[in-house]
Design a binder for this molecule. Structure first.
Ligand code: ADP
Ligand code: MG
Length: 323
């Protein structure tokens, strides 16, 4: 079982940034409105995520660390309607198999919270605790028992930048959630959680840059798009600054980001890409999220229709305005 979890960890947990992503997505799935992420030494030493979400009932805490023990899918039908970010029940057991994990949690109505300690996939301790509502999880000594994986990590600067990226993206995806990211005691991001996407963009990219982002929107019978796209002067050398969210989920879809770039046409220098954040709403039945273990890639029905809508939206906003 531990070995199976370590193998799964190879797919789901590649680096500290993936741990941060999984833990924060769990907090979001638990309806947290405040998420604090405290990282030491680019996450290799420790990653702590504190949320004020639903918490885990005491009698289900150990179960949460069992493989495929997700609380989010009850039937095969659910798999196609999935709205939550996690649904495979692989993250916690994977992380616990390659690190030291202490989780404290309490639900609103519980008399007592629960605390559980795992190390290299083995349970060390399970006790009661007087935790407040929500979940507080600390992952230390990541990959201590898988040296090959530890060796494969890049410099601290690179690993940290991946963590910052994950939090920036999630903060922009959830403007209603207050995010706080601290590295080695230094604050790297703080958002208000007041729903103002433009304010989040300003926290992420800086106030000056945020002024160079234009709001965009478009809709047809199937899709509703809202977001911000940068003026051509704010372009970047790669497309990683294009964030697309479908029904609140950060996704990777080459064709959709291509549609944004195509909308710019000749206005954009060759090999340059805008900063963009698009929130797209659609019937969940048009999205198949079950393509990749990390759940970033999606297949869409009516993709061509959506591409045209995006491209036309960009043309209207940028090209026709003669920017
Ligand atoms: P998944 O998110 O795919 O269900 P995970 O391994 O990430 O699987 O988590 C397992 C289960 O643990 C979740 O289904 C959820 O019930 C519970 N859980 C994990 N983290 C939290 C959290 N921060 N708040 C509340 N419940 C949590
Ligand atoms: Mg999860």
């Amino acid at each position: 079982e531990i070995l199976a979890n370590q193998i799964a960890a190879g797919e789901v947990i590649e680096r500290p940034g993936s741990v941060v992503k999984e833990l924060v997505e769990n907090a979001l799935d638990a309806h947290a409105t405040q998420i604090d992420v405290l990282v030491e030494e680019a996450g290799v030493k420790s990653i702590r995520v504190i949320d004020n979400g639903d918490g885990i009932p005491g009698n289900q805490v150990a179960r949460a660390f069992l493989r495929h023990a997700t609380s989010k899918i009850n039937s095969r039908q659910d798999l196609f309607r999935v709205q939550s970010l996690g649904f495979r029940g692989e993250a916690l057991p994977s992380i616990a198999s390659v690190a030291d994990v202490v989780l404290q949690t309490a639900t609103a109505d519980a008399e007592q919270g629960a605390k559980i300690h795992y190390q290299g996939g083995k349970i060390i301790e399970e006790t009661g605790t007087n935790a407040r509502q929500g979940t507080d999880i600390t992952v230390s000594d990541l990959f201590f028992n898988t040296p090959a994986r530890l060796k494969y990590l890049k410099s601290q600067a690179t690993e940290l930048s991946q963590i910052v990226d994950v939090i920036n993206r999630l903060a922009m995806s959830y403007p209603n959630v207050a995010f706080h990211l601290v590295h080695n005691g230094k604050e790297l991001l703080q958002t208000a959680g007041n729903g103002n996407l433009q304010q989040v963009i300003a926290s992420v990219y800086g106030v000056q840059q945020a002024r160079k982002m234009l709001s965009v929107s478009a809709h047809d019978n199937d899709f509703e798009i809202n977001g911000f796209i940068s003026l051509p002067e704010l372009t970047r050398a790669n497309r990683s600054y294009i964030s697309i969210l479908i029904n609140g989920r950060f996704v990777k879809n080459y064709n959709l980001s291509k549609a944004i770039v195509k909308g710019y046409g000749s206005k954009l220098m060759v090999g340059r890409f805008p900063i963009a954040i698009l929130q797209i709403k659609m019937d969940p039945l048009l999205v198949d999220v079950n393509v990749h273990p990390q759940k970033h890639e999606v297949r869409l029905s009516k993709e061509t229709q959506l591409m045209s809508l995006i491209e036309e939206m960009v043309v209207q906003r940028f090209v026709n305005e003669n920017l």
